[in-house]
Design a protein around this ligand. Structure first.
Ligand SMILES: [Zn+2]
Length: 135
């Protein structure tokens, strides 16, 4: 997959104002590791149901080579979600839009990746925003 440092301006696909990369990892670069709260992972599983920029190809995991990665997803109708084919856009309370590959869920769960705190906070903000919109 293409590597972008966390926090760099997003330029990949239909870039917009204030968009920032998160979680575009590869095995040639170190990444921050650590615990991620279950609520954040749960939030990402909710957001991955309605991803952005779908079908621009399939990304494999650079660390374990997994392709067509399915994760169990209690929020998806089918009970699982395919990762590596789309992006998750997450708007923070200060209007930064973080753009992460859906693979970010796999990186967190399987490879111990810890995204920047601003992103983790923004996931909760985004989940709340979308659940309000759906009511
Ligand atoms: Zn992997």
């Amino acid at each position: 997959m293409t590597y972008y440092p966390d926090g760099s301006p997003y330029t990949y696909h239909k870039p917009g104002e204030g968009m920032v990369n998160v979680g575009w990892l590869d095995d040639a670069h170190d990444y921050q590791q650590g615990e991620v709260a279950e609520e954040v992972v749960d939030g990402l599983l909710r957001l991955v149901i309605d991803p952005d920029n779908q079908t621009r190809g399939l990304h494999e995991c650079d660390f374990c080579g997994a392709l067509y990665l399915m994760v169990d997803n209690p929020h998806a109708e089918s009970g699982s979600s395919l990762l590596g084919t789309a992006e998750i856009h997450v708007r923070s309370s200060s209007d930064t839009v973080f753009v992460a590959p859906t693979l970010v869920i796999h990186y967190i769960v399987e490879h111990g990746y810890r995204p920047p705190d601003e992103f983790l906070d923004a996931v909760e903000v985004e989940v709340r925003r979308r659940s309000v919109e759906q009511v």
